[in-house]
Write a protein that binds this ligand. Structure first.
Ligand SMILES: *Cc1c(COP(=O)(O)O)cnc(C)c1O
Length: 415
């Protein structure tokens, strides 16, 4: 027997090692639909309990929006459940084309190609448009799915220090002998909630004849005055060459993603991107519901405006309560605790107070940068946010960290 007891023990030992390092991810179950208030089973086997959710990517509160659910039902009845085909064989309905056109219009790009997820979009795009004579220069903190996609491509890979434009310029200079250069960044970085300086990056790309790819997964739908993304926020909507993004966060939260950008680059993805060619077509239900999401967001900025208000209110209140947050303007608000055990313990106590948040520590964030990441949503009401802040105040008081800066917390708990 190949899967012998010895082999089993080896794998079990590896899992034990993950546990010993404190990196084991516990199972958590949600017994309700996604929303501001959810029904959580944690730990596994415990009775489920109501909690306010402050850790979803449900930025616009559309995951369970009645209009979106209605659109999903209608599309299910009308177009069936599955396509049982990849796009280029018999998996493309008119609604796939319609969604692509709507996304292009919403993002202000020339063309769009749907993928089963943004992870798949990122897995396919680099290999489809670049080759061995080219170079990719990426921010050092880009999302794991971009790193994986870059690994699949034969272009040379280099990085620049996080959001350091002087360093990017140096790297552009260094690689000026390459055929083509693609600069890569997240629009909003998911762990710190900081915005990449897309405008400056456009200027540098112009100067050095480089192209720019922005993964706007944590921005599409709510960053910028009309929620079009970081390129709108920085006033450079016609200057970004490729945007990749997900429908699995603000835009309904089910799944799906896309590459949106210059016509020829999108066409090359259609011809060559392997997840497009070899993975099943996005389900009609998701396509129909995402079309409705784009309609909702195109007709009113009400939801992104409410999210902006909620974000400003939370940032102000949590700071007044004496907690230490990373400054910024996005709905990703890291409450900095630096010490991993402290982040973990406080998150557990927050859950006991009815607030569902998660502690993040190495390797998800750099060592010594442990935190509880709070994510605001347009689904939150003022009383939800007040309850969250009050819980942070109570738990922060228990651990004696209110009013302490980084040095104060590190002196008390270590790194
Ligand atoms: C979430 C995320 C992805 C993955 O999106 P999926 O559609 O869930 O695969 C890709 N890039 C970034 C920056 C993300 O935050």
């Amino acid at each position: 027997m190949a899967y012998s007891d010895a082999v089993r023990a080896e794998f079990a030992g590896e899992i034990e090692g993950i546990r010993e390092k404190g990196l084991y991810k516990e199972k958590r179950f949600i017994w309700s639909s996604q929303g501001a208030e959810i029904d959580v089973e944690f730990p596994e086997g415990a009775g489920h309990a109501k909690a306010l959710n402050f850790c979803a990517n449900n930025y616009l509160g559309l995951s369970s929006h009645p209009d979106v659910i209605a659109a999903a039902h209608e599309t299910l009845d009308d177009r069936g459940y599955g396509m049982s085909s990849v796009r280029f064989i018999c998996g493309t309905q008119d609604i796939h084309r319609e969604l692509q056109d709507r996304v292009s219009e919403f993002l202000g790009m020339e063309a769009t190609l749907l993928f089963p997820s943004c992870m798949d979009a990122n897995a396919g795009v680099f290999e489809a448009v670049l080759g061995a004579d080219d170079v990719i220069i990426a921010d050092r903190l880009i999302h794991a799915s971009l790193v994986d996609g870059i690994r699949l491509c034969s272009a040379q890979y280099d990085t620049f220090k996080h959001m350091d434009m002087k360093h990017l310029r140096k790297k552009l200079e260094l690689h000026s002998d390459k055929r083509r250069t693609l600069v890569v960044t997240d629009g909003v970085f998911s762990m710190d909630g900081d915005l990449a300086p897309i405008d400056e990056m456009c200027d540098l790309c112009d100067e050095y004849g480089a192209m720019l790819l922005v993964d706007d997964s944590h921005a599409s739908g709510f960053i910028g005055p009309k929620g079009r993304g970081t390129h709108e926020h920085f006033g450079v909507m016609d200057r970004v060459d490729i945007i990749t993004t997900t429908f699995g966060k603000a835009l309904g939260g089910a799944s799906g993603g896309c590459v949106s950008g210059r016509r020829e680059l999108v066409e090359l993805c259609r011809q060559k991107a392997r997840p497009y060619l070899f993975s099943n077509s996005l389900a009609p239900v998701i396509v129909g519901a995402t079309i409705r999401v784009i309609e909702l967001l195109s007709s009113s900025t009400e939801r992104r405006d409410k999210l902006e208000k909620n974000t400003a209110y939370f940032r102000e209140q949590i700071t007044a309560a004496g907690l230490n947050i990373r400054e910024g303007e996005t709905p990703i608000v890291p409450v900095m605790l630096y010490n991993a055990k402290l982040a973990n313990d406080m998150a557990r106590d927050m859950y006991a107070e009815g607030i569902y948040v998660i502690g993040f520590f190495f390797p998800v964030v750099p060592a010594g940068q442990a935190r509880i990441r709070v994510q605001l949503s347009a689904a939150h009401e003022k009383e939800h946010i007040d309850k969250c802040v009050e819980a942070f105040r109570k738990v922060g008081e228990k651990y004696g960290i209110l009013g302490l800066d980084k040095k104060g917390i590190v002196d008390k708990y270590g790194l």
